[in-house]
Design a protein around this ligand. Structure first.
Ligand code: SAM
Length: 222
């Protein structure tokens, strides 16, 4: 059976209750301004995982305008914190505005600049005990950098923690052989396949792959 992802999202939207007003507002802005945000089935899965896991400490790579961080905050314990990373100045400005308005207890920390460098700094702080590990890590930034994010996330995640990657199927191109993929996309295609295989084969993680969102890879650290 071949699932039409857009048709599925439309179905999910028709079935679910409305988002809280502040998230609806950010979503409407994102649609208006062509800013990418989590697709409906993906956000339901992420929100479900946060609700189940009750993570005190969340790390997000790829803030966008703040939709997914504020979505996770709704399901997270009130005492929880979120560290989220973004490099695009326009998105940073919008996310700051949204966090100022809707993160009333100021529990979301926006780290600006390239995520790879900021992850190195976070890892250094973690290794010398200045920063604790994370209970859930959500990765939704530069797809070509996913293997770099994976290496950092594996270390930063506490045992029993969850790691969630969005957009791993890349509009289903991941399912095609490299010869069916446009030449300019072959490197990213190969890296993503390798990363998914590495995670699926890693015996220190239990991983599953789903079509939700644009393909999500969910791993539990054993
Ligand atoms: C799909 S959007 C994130 C959407 C957001 N998670 C949501 O659902 O509301 C991906 C974001 O990652 C950011 N990004 C891409 N490469 C990055 C990098 N190297 N460092 C930090 N942020 C990056 C982009 O600027 C973009 O805003």
């Amino acid at each position: 059976m071949c699932m039409d992802a857009e048709r599925f999202d439309t179905f999910v939207l028709a079935m679910r209750k409305d988002l809280p007003a502040h998230l609806r507002e950010i979503e409407e802005e994102a649609i208006r301004d062509h800013v990418p945000i989590l697709r409906p089935a993906g956000r339901d899965l992420l929100s479900f995982l946060v609700r189940m896991k009750q993570p005190e400490r969340i790390l997000e790579i790829g803030t966008g305008t703040g939709f997914s961080a504020l979505l996770m905050q709704v399901a997270q314990p009130e005492t929880g914190i979120i560290v989220t990373m973004e490099k695009d100045p326009e998105r940073i400005r919008a996310a700051e505005e949204h966090f100022q308005k809707y993160d009333q207890k100021q529990r979301i920390r926006l780290v600006t600049g390239d995520a790879a460098g900021n992850l190195d700094a976070l890892l250094a702080a973690f290794r010398d005990g200045r920063e604790a590990g994370f209970d859930l890590i959500f990765i939704d930034a530069a797809k070509g950098q996913y293997p770099v994010y994976l290496a950092a996330a594996k270390e930063l995640l506490v045992p029993g923690g969850l790691m969630v990657f969005d957009n791993v199927l890349q509009e289903e191109t991941l399912l095609s052989s490299r010869y069916q993929v446009a030449r300019r996309e072959r490197t990213i295609h190969a890296r993503m396949r390798e990363m998914v295989k590495e995670l699926m084969e890693d015996e220190t993680f239990q991983t599953f792959l789903t079509e939700a969102g644009d393909g999500m890879c969910v791993s539990y650290k054993i």
